[in-house]
Write a protein of this length. Structure first.
Length: 78
């Protein structure tokens, strides 16, 4: 996948996770999907952790940020 396509995909997933019109599980899955991009998604995850309206989503994003920075292998499920 090209860098441009990855950037678009990351941006779309970030948008879904921030969309208050969507149900919580959709937003959680968007955050989970960001982990497919590993460290390339850190900026998006950090943005979500700071700006999202839900503590559940903040915690999820922060958990993934910690795991990515620690070099852990991450799957799409906790």
């Amino acid at each position: 996948m090209s860098e441009e396509r990855e950037a678009v995909a990351i941006d779309v997933l970030k948008g879904i996770s921030m969309d208050i019109e969507r149900i919580l599980v959709e937003r959680q899955r968007a955050i989970d999907a960001l982990t497919l991009f590993h460290d390339r998604a850190l900026k998006a995850l950090e943005y979500i952790a700071k700006k999202v309206d839900s503590n559940v989503l903040k915690e999820r994003a922060n958990l993934y940020i910690q795991r990515i920075k620690a070099g852990a292998k991450i799957s799409m499920t906790l």
